[in-house]
Design a protein around this ligand. Structure first.
Ligand code: NOJ
Length: 498
């Protein structure tokens, strides 16, 4: 009881404290006319219909059904927002918002229920074809993610993201999706947030499939996901791109990292932090190979542990070439920031990603906490991270594929309005003042939905879903109204300078 009331008091304080960039500092220029506004969701988080029309079991179905306590509220995605049935209503909400882009994900298990080609499910393919056609008919451009964490359970039982052959299965699935949806979808992402999939699913075990091997499996998982991404990329470019004329890339999540002090040690630690997070996935794709600091540190620590080879799997020359350059844009999920400090070298014996990384992180005292423990509000982080990505990976074009915040608020979510206004203002600074080419933004999320291990306790939607009502009633929050005005005016304040 005591704990509960403490939590709600903290939340109240957070909501009241606000998260704003001082209003006077909000950028009052207009976004470029070519800028694309959108909203994002993912299949398992909104669809429901978990076993309908031939859909197979995904590892998230299995994870939540086998042990309901894996989520804070013991709930799962069996029904979620029921978008599998209510998708026409969702499209009308997008239209009402005025966005021109919708980022959704395809559920692998609707297309290939077991993950294998012989389980092909026409009903699943038809569902998404009808859906994207209806989006287009309503003037909304579909952008599709092929993998947003819902691996077929059959593949999971065969090693999932630790088994190299999952990359081949992913390619087979991707080919079916390109063939059928490619005429309508022109912007693809392969794997969403591979770091989160690996760290949460194979490192600390909070997400499906619940494996806790923080010093080993996380690296093998990264390797297989990168191979899967590259396999889909090459299939698209070799077999479809010439005719379909779309773009395809990986979506990488990253914090913005600041040194805790300007000491040389903290500045170096900040680079390590960035390389072990963003670089872990971006370096193989945009530069080639793992970041050198990962190769060195994990290699050295593995040797000192007496292991015959590094816990970080080495790429063959062929694999290096296969993964390098597999990008048409940079998909960036950006929410939060970290302050980074140097630490003494962790003792050998504890094979852990965190010891391998060898840094300590904290939040800035002036940053505002949200109700999600990992998410602090620091709008200036957006400009810094965009510049980092732009200058280090030279991607040509960036899409901010996710950005948003969790609150408890149902309708009056000024906290989120302030968050979005601050981050978008900072993004606009990067676009107009630093020349970073951000082509579009799909806010997370269109709807309150199933927030993985947090269940339905953390609401990221700009549109509320009343999960207790029979119709799962959707209602615009204040942030949706604010976003509606913004996407229609290309302006973050009441009136922009021309
Ligand atoms: C990233 C993930 O892609 C998405 O599924 C999740 O809901 C949001 N972050 C918020 O945690």
């Amino acid at each position: 009881m005591k704990v509960l009331s403490l939590i709600s008091v903290t939340c109240l304080i957070v909501e009241a404290f606000g998260a704003s960039l001082p209003k006077a500092e909000i950028n009052n220029r207009k976004f470029p006319e070519s800028f694309k506004w959108g909203a994002a969701t993912a299949a398992y988080q909104i669809e429901g219909g978990w076993n309908e029309d031939g859909k197979g079991e995904s590892m998230w179905d299995h994870f939540t059904h086998t042990n309901p306590s894996v989520t804070d509220d013991k709930l799962n995605g069996d029904v979620a927002c029921d978008s599998y049935h209510r998708w026409r209503e969702d499209i009308q909400l997008l239209k009402q918002l005025g966005v021109s882009v919708y980022r959704f994900s395809v559920a692998w298990t609707r297309i290939l229920p077991t993950g294998y080609l012989d389980s092909y499910n026409q009903a699943g393919v038809d569902f998404y074809v009808t859906f994207v056609k209806e989006l287009l008919a309503n003037g909304i451009t579909p952008t599709a993610t092929l993998y947003h964490w819902d691996l077929p359970q059959v593949l999971n039982e065969q090693g999932g993201w630790l088994n190299d052959s999952t990359a081949d299965r992913f390619g087979e699935y991707a080919r079916i999706v390109f063939k059928n949806l490619g005429p309508y979808v022109k912007l693809w992402s392969t794997v969403n947030e591979p770091k989160s999939t690996c760290m949460l699913g194979y490192g600390d075990g909070a997400n499906a499939p619940g494996i806790k091997q923080i010093g080993t499996a996380v690296y093998q998982c990264a390797r297989v996901q990168l191979l899967a991404h590259a396999t889909a990329y090459h299939i698209y470019h070799n077999e479809f791109a010439a005719e379909q004329e779309g773009k395809i890339s990986l979506v990488i999540d990253s914090t913005y990292n600041e040194p805790a002090t300007d000491s040389e040690a903290d500045v170096e630690a900040t680079d390590w932090e960035t390389q072990f997070n963003l670089g872990w996935y971006a370096h193989p794709v945009y530069v080639g190979n793992w970041p050198q600091i990962m190769i060195d540190r994990i290699g050295n620590r593995s040797a000192l542990e007496g292991l015959p080879k590094s816990r970080l799997p080495a790429w063959s020359a062929e694999e290096l070439e296969f993964v390098k350059g597999t990008h048409d844009y940079f998909g960036l999920n950006m929410y939060t920031a970290l302050r980074v400090s140097a630490i003494d070298e962790p003792e050998i014996g504890d094979s852990s990603y965190y010891s391998d990384k060898g840094t300590a992180t904290s939040f800035g005292a002036d940053w505002t906490p949200s109700i999600a423990s990992w998410l602090v509000v620091y709008p200036f982080a957006m400009r810094g991270l965009l510049n980092y990505v732009w200058n280090n990976y030279n991607p040509g074009e960036i899409w901010v594929t996710e950005n948003g915040v969790a609150t408890n608020a149902t309708i009056n979510d000024q906290f989120r309005v302030d968050y979005l206004q601050g981050y978008l203002s900072n993004m606009l600074d990067a676009i107009l003042d630093d020349g970073v080419n951000v082509a579009g933004y799909t806010t997370w999320s269109l709807l309150d939905n199933f927030e993985w291990a947090r269940g339905y306790t953390q609401k990221f939607g700009i549109i509320s879903v009343d999960f207790t009502s029979e119709n799962l009633t959707r209602t615009f929050k204040d942030s949706a109204k604010w976003y509606q005005r913004t996407v229609n005016t290309y302006c973050l304040v009441e009136e922009c300078v021309e």
